[in-house]
Design a protein around this ligand. Structure first.
Ligand code: ZN
Ligand code: FE
Length: 745
């Protein structure tokens, strides 16, 4: 007997070849009816025998396209209408939960076509298919159809249209389908040279190999690129970009080349070549700084590497002599990445010697993602291309629509509807250049794409954050959340914990008692974890209102130094010390920040007085923490509060006794791990909680992360790290959204 099913499939089911796959299974199982994109879900009407219909739904459920991710699947018996064939129908806009695929790295099939001289898309830098290519970066409205993307202005040629319309073709309904005849084109524009259409990529490569800096338009924005082996070129790029010390990431020709410059574990290899294709922070090889320019990633034992992910990158490495390019966001200093031609020509003209660009618009700019690998799994540092805009289903069907404003630095925001949280890509430091404007634009865009109209806004308790002030002007109820609680809740929620002990080691943030927090241990339920342990408050000179993360390490060290401290004499810092001391009387803030404690120790151990970017000194301290030393410094814990002064005293003694910097650094890391685990154990005994989350920017320090996890396990407790949203301030917006959901639901 023939019957009929309606099927609704939610999740990442658009722009990943879902409909063609459904068509394929329909034909295979002799099913009639149709499939259609509904904006937020895929709708299937299937008719056939009950047995075939069951096989059909099992096929879809068990073997969806590899880039799809099904979150909900409903089937319902419906009226038999007597369809005579199976069709893919036009999309229909339907309100509901919307899932849009992130941008996907070039797939193997496309790479093969790209390198096949007989293929019409040979060396075509915009090749893509249902398995790969740009997605979120080209969408300007939903549903995901060509007319709502940057491809709308390119009419498909006959042969592309044939592929697009053939249900058995691997480009069937691949919205960005195009070829050299009908699709976007590449151009090169030299600074002193007119537009070059003939061999733009080759020209750009020539420039790069000759030590020039080129702005390259990619998937989510412009990169600034130069030969990573050319010291002069890298130095020039640093100077022109006003980025003097902060490490650059590189793109290597392929995976094998990446292994030349870094040791790459199997897990790291898989992340490097994944469809998300992030920058992976890897351990440098011993001679890497000799082969590459030593100023690519100075003062660190790590290097950020990505492999080609867009066809334009493959094209470049076909012509390039060098096998490694510095690839850094096309911006000045910490401003948002440039993604429009007019903008690029204006803002990057002083930095680069030429532009390699194309005429496919980038609708949503998006940075490269940055990740580490911890215990063989992804540990995100900056979440953007490849991961955004995947959502997190927190409380299914929750009522309130929420905007979470995020932190001030490393900002992301989050929007929430029906209990799904959509965290934006990395926005950056909101007070840099045009970042705040970008922030507002992105909020607008996300609200439009996901059709969200917030009825609650949630912001940081700090009264002076530019986004917290802005939240007050929206005329909807505002919920304030303390920075480090948001960190703790973010860590709990992404690990599906409803209660935990939450170690939150961070830079600085506004604390509940009016002081500046950053070395806190919370415990309790996700609704409102309580502060149960912390570092001893230290008075650091500076103005507390702005809470700049760029405060000098020496200022952080001053509270631990006496007037006649040897460190001052040795480094000729006596007068500076007096000055800071006298200023401190006038303006200083009390802080329990672990980040500032690391700054102080780094300053003492490495004589690193000033820094050019946040976290620079602790990164150096982490880099030298090598060797199998198991010693720790003595410490005192009273009421779960640690006295850092004690520890500092012993470090000074070690320095006096000429103990190596490496040994001191390892001992220091051991010590922090040890007292952290001990406090957690105390709290565990008090509360009965066994799960411990680790978050806050300090946990970008992988040496510390490893040691803390180990010591916590030794106490029989279970450590949880941030695997979906970063442990740093990029994960704050998610924590805020969850807190609002918990409160309002
Ligand atoms: Zn492909
Ligand atoms: Fe923070």
């Amino acid at each position: 007997m023939l019957c009929s099913y309606d099927i609704k499939i939610y999740g990442i089911v658009q722009a990943v070849g879902f409909r063609p796959m459904v068509y394929f299974y329909a034909v295979k199982n002799n099913i009639r009816g149709f499939v259609r994109n509904m904006g937020s879900f895929v709708f299937v009407h299937g008719e056939g025998t009950e047995e075939n219909l069951n096989k059909f739904t099992e096929d879809i459920k068990n073997n969806p396209p590899k880039n799809a991710s099904i979150t909900e699947f409903y089937t319902e018996k419906t009226e038999f209408l007597g369809y005579t064939d199976f069709q893919i129908r036009e999309s229909k806009d339907e309100k509901g939960n919307i899932f849009i695929s992130p941008d996907l790295a070039v797939c193997n099939n496309c790479r093969n076509e790209f390198s096949d001289i007989n293929n019409p898309r040979y060396e075509y830098p915009f090749i893509n298919c249902t398995d790969c290519g740009p997605r979120f970066s080209i969408i300007n409205d939903v549903p995901y159809d060509r007319k709502n993307t940057a491809m709308a202005e390119f009419d498909m040629c006959e042969s592309c249209a044939d592929e697009y319309n053939n249900p058995l073709d691997r480009r069937y309904h691949a919205e960005p389908t195009c070829c050299p005849v009908c699709g976007p084109k590449l151009f090169f524009h030299g600074k002193w040279e007119k537009l070059n259409r003939e061999n733009p990529a080759e020209t750009a490569c020539n420039y790069l190999d000759r030590g020039k800096i080129i702005a390259i338009k990619g998937i989510g924005g412009y990169h600034l690129a130069c030969n990573a082996k050319d010291h002069e070129a890298v130095r020039k790029l640093r100077q022109r970009k006003h980025r003097y010390e902060k490490p650059f990431a590189i793109m290597t020709k392929d995976l094998a080349t990446a292994e030349k410059y870094a040791s790459v574990s199997l897990a790291e290899k898989n992340i490097l070549v994944s469809r998300e294709s992030p920058i992976v922070l890897l351990e440098k090889r011993e001679n890497t700084d000799n082969i590459l320019s030593s100023s690519v990633a100075p003062n660190t034992d790590k290097i950020g590497i990505m492999v080609p992910y867009a066809p334009i990158h493959y094209l470049l490495f076909r012509y390039l002599e060098t096998d490694a390019l510095v690839m850094t966001s096309g911006n000045i200093s910490d401003e948002p990445i440039v993604y429009k031609e007019e903008d690029a020509f204006e803002r990057l003209a002083d930095i680069c010697d030429g532009f390699l660009f194309h005429n496919r618009e980038i609708e949503n700019r998006i940075d490269d993602s940055v990740v580490s690998c911890f215990e063989n799994k992804i540990y995100p540092i900056r979440r953007a291309r490849g991961y955004v805009p995947k959502s997190f289903s927190y409380i299914r069907g929750a009522k309130p629509q929420i905007l979470a404003c995020g932190a001030l630095l490393k900002n992301t925001f989050a929007l929430c509807k029906d209990g799904n949280v959509y965290v934006s890509g990395h926005i950056g430091d909101l007070e840099e250049g045009t970042a705040f404007e970008y922030y507002l634009n992105q909020i607008n865009l996300y609200e439009k794409i996901f059709s969200i109209k917030p009825d609650i806004v949630i912001s940081d308790s700090h009264p002076d954050y530019i986004n917290s002030k802005w939240a007050e002007t929206l005329n909807i109820p505002v919920i304030k959340v303390f920075h480090h609680k948001a960190h703790a809740v973010s860590a709990m929620a992404q690990n599906n914990l409803s209660e935990a002990i939450c170690v939150t080691y961070d830079g600085t943030g506004y604390g509940e008692d009016g002081t500046v927090w950053g070395g806190e241990i919370f415990a309790g339920s996700i609704n409102n974890p309580e502060r149960m342990g912390h570092l001893k408050p230290v008075a650091v000179s500076g103005v507390n209102t702005y809470l700049s993360e760029k405060i000098s390490p020496f200022k952080c060290l001053v509270p631990y130094l006496d007037e006649d401290d040897e460190f001052l004499k040795l480094n000729n810092l006596e007068s500076e010390y007096k000055l800071i001391k006298s200023v401190r009387k006038l303006s200083s803030f009390e802080t329990t920040s672990m980040g500032r404690f690391f700054d102080a120790v780094s300053c003492l151990v490495l004589n690193k007085k000033d820094i050019s970017f946040e976290g620079e000194a602790p990164i150096m301290l982490e880099s030298i923490a090598k060797g199998e030393y198991t010693d720790i410094y003595d410490y005192n814990i009273e009421n779960n509060v640690v006295d850092q002064y004690e520890i500092m005293k012993q470090i000074k003694t070690d320095i006096k006794n000429n103990i190596s910097q490496s040994e001191i650094s390892v001992k220091f890391h051991n010590t922090v791990a040890s007292f952290t685990a001990e406090i957690c154990e105390n709290i565990s005994r008090e509360t009965g909680l066994k799960n411990v989350t680790l978050s806050g920017g300090v946990f970008q320090n992988m040496v510390l992360l490893e040691k803390v996890t180990e010591k916590i396990r030794n106490f029989g407790l279970a450590p949880y790290v941030c695997r979906i949203y970063p442990a740093n301030d990029g994960g704050i917006s998610f924590g805020q959204a969850v807190m609002a959901l918990e409160k309002e639901n």
